[in-house]
Design a protein around this ligand. Structure first.
Ligand SMILES: Nc1nc2c(ncn2[C@@H]2O[C@H](COP(=O)(O)OP(=O)(O)O)[C@@H](O)[C@H]2O)c(=O)[nH]1
Ligand SMILES: [Mg+2]
Length: 470
């Protein structure tokens, strides 16, 4: 394994774990267990109802057709995709035991035990695309199969609290919906217990949005507009909403498109859009055979076929590039790495501090363990993690409190100006004045708090504004 880049948060936690290990042999074992969480990449879970396009998007992000999109048995099981060689798969049973699973050309075709006995499928693939975060594909929710919903629920929620061994321990979620999310989807998301900073909304199947490929409006533009409206509406639940055409990304990122496909598509130029779609339903062999047309629809969808024809004349590479640009996936990748993935890392660090707290509750050496957790919490490198911890507590206790919003801004914004809600070009003086005002505000708030969480959060806010005021 290559050494991960230096990360001050990890370094701070690692120091804490070393201090814990030095307290005694059994605590060294605990330090090792907790250290395993520290050194594995954060996990991002992809959720949404059946057929929302989750597996298609997972394939596109990984760059290989590994997640099942057909109605195979494996579709009904949670699957964890982690960077690693050699490519292999294990199933994790409900009791936490693991068993190897055979793969055929990268696909799991059958499970040796009934899916209801499987907590999740753990797959390793050598892929740089999933080096910074592990992706978790889930079966749909609230659909035809209540079975599937129960399974997703069990691994993601029940698994958190009860069976740690069988849990997939997700740190962030990508939530897919193809129109406005329904009440049951929002309720499910709330149960998962992520913060808006660790939840990304995806308006999926954007190429078919609204009236679809034949509508008056361009579906991708229409979807982008709707995504912006949803992002504002769902601000309390998601960091943002991005319009994505996963199918176009899957086709272009997995190398499925051939020069023959591009030639066949170009041969369909000059036909009106309505006539082209009529042609797809007919068995007329001209101008390209119907099975070729079928393949093109599977690869490109209706929008991709209608609008990709002109580009296709320039060949498969040009068409591929066009698909990537239309899909919205490059922007999604960037948000996954720099925002959602980063906050998932913060959440993971918070979980490690939580593990140390838990140990202090249950272990006889509680005072010494407390000293270690106090040390970790006061490390300046972990300040954002501590703010995040209070943000989580405030979201549970009183999401509408202005303290919650302040915490969110402090965690979400990387710069001092952003943390204080100032424009990026604000001067040092303006930063100081604003920090002092916020400090005064926090002191006033502290006189009349509504919850214990707010009490605790204000102590940290006051410290933070004090630091920013200097
Ligand atoms: N046109 C179009 N079809 C899509 C898109 N994403 C997924 N699909 C299709 O929708 C169906 C369900 O997708 P899948 O990824 O299996 O959904 P899941 O149940 O959420 O995993 C498949 O037939 C996909 O080809 C998209 O962005 N555009
Ligand atoms: Mg699926």
């Amino acid at each position: 394994m290559t050494a991960p880049p230096f990360d001050p948060v990890r370094a701070g936690l690692d120091r804490g774990l070393h201090a814990l290990a030095a307290l005694g042999p059994d605590l060294a074992a605990h330090a090792n267990r907790i250290g395993a969480i520290l050194w594995s990449p954060p996990r991002i879970v992809v959720v949404g109802r059946l057929k929302a396009g989750k597996s298609t998007l997972v394939n596109a992000l990984i760059g290989a057709p590994v997640a099942e999109t057909a109605a195979l048995e494996a579709t009904s099981v949670v699957a964890v995709y982690q960077d690693g060689a050699p490519a292999r798969a294990e199933m994790v049973l409900l009791d936490g035991n693991r068993r190897p699973v055979e793969t055929v050309r990268g696909q799991v075709t059958a499970l040796p035990v009934p899916p209801e006995d499987v907590a999740y499928l753990h797959r390793w693939l050598p892929s740089a695309a999933i080096r910074d975060y592990t992706l978790v594909d889930t079966p749909g929710l609230a659909t035809l199969t209540t079975e599937n919903e129960a399974r997703t629920h069990r691994v993601l929620i029940d698994g958190f609290e009860q069976t740690r061994t069988a849990s997939v321990d997700a740190d962030a979620a990508v939530f897919l919906f193809d129109s406005t999310p329904r009440a049951d989807e929002m309720a499910f998301l709330a149960q998962l217990g992520f913060t808006p900073l660790t939840t990304l909304g995806v308006l999926s199947r954007a190429d078919g949005f609204g009236e679809g490929a034949l509508g008056v409006r361009n579906p991708l533009e229409h979807a982008a507009e709707h995504a912006a409206t949803l992002a504002a509406q769902l601000r309390g639940t998601v960091m943002t909403v991005m319009p994505i055409a996963g199918l176009l990304a899957e086709t272009s990122h997995t190398g499925s498109l051939t020069e023959n496909d591009a030639r066949a598509l170009a041969a369909l130029s000059g036909i009106g859009a309505f006539d082209l779609l009529d042609l797809l339903d007919s068995d007329d062999p001209a101008p390209v055979p119907s099975e070729v047309r079928g393949r093109l629809v599977d690869l490109l969808g209706e929008y991709g076929m209608i609008h990709g024809r002109t580009v296709a004349a320039s060949g498969a590479a040009a068409l591929n590039e066009w698909l990537v640009a239309q899909s919205g996936v490059p922007a999604l990748r960037s948000v996954l790495t720099h925002h959602l993935g980063a906050f998932a890392g913060v959440r993971r660090a918070r979980r490690i501090i939580g593990e140390l707290d838990q140990l202090a509750y249950t272990h006889p050496a509680r005072d010494q363990i407390r000293a270690v957790t106090d040390q970790v919490r006061s490390d300046p490198a972990l300040h954002t993690v501590v703010l995040f911890e209070h943000l989580e507590a405030m979201l549970a206790a009183d999401p509408a409190s202005p303290v919650t919003e302040e915490l969110r801004q402090l965690v979400e914004q990387p710069t001092a100006t952003g943390k204080l809600g100032l424009p990026p070009d604000a001067t040092a003086d303006q930063v100081r004045v604003q920090a002092q005002q916020k400090l005064a505000w926090a002191h006033t708030q502290a006189l009349s708090t509504m919850t214990a969480a707010e009490d605790a959060a204000l102590v940290v806010l006051i410290r933070t504004y004090g630091l920013l005021a200097r």
